[in-house]
Design a protein. Structure first.
Length: 111
């Protein structure tokens, strides 16, 4: 599991530093920044949206698994656990929706 985590971190670092390496030097007027904004913001926004959706899926799956295992241990608490599960799933989905909206705004502003 640690090797998979290190591989994922290496891929993320590669994507971040690839954008920095792709920045072109600016030879324009004095007073302008040294490097221009990379043109790959849309790719970053797409990757961000995908990660937000995958994260929400994993989170909702974990919430459902925990609720079902709790109901299996104590069936008399099924109503309470079901309500809590629905609330937590809604919070996870809301956080993912906010992340997707931020990525869309980033993609639209940058283009």
């Amino acid at each position: 599991m640690k090797k998979l985590t290190y591989a994922a971190l290496a891929v993320v670092a590669l994507l971040v530093f690839a954008d920095l390496a792709a920045a072109q030097p600016n030879t324009g007027t004095p007073g302008t920044p040294t490097f221009q904004q990379p043109k790959y913001t849309g790719i970053g926004a797409g990757i961000g949206m995908g990660l937000a959706i995958v994260g929400a899926g994993i989170g909702i799956g974990l919430v459902g698994f925990a609720a079902l295992s709790g109901i299996a241990r104590q069936p008399e608490q099924a109503g309470t656990l079901r309500g809590t599960m629905i609330l937590l799933a809604a919070l996870v989905e809301g956080a993912a929706l906010i992340a997707v909206v931020f990525c869309l705004v980033l993609a639209l502003i940058a283009s």
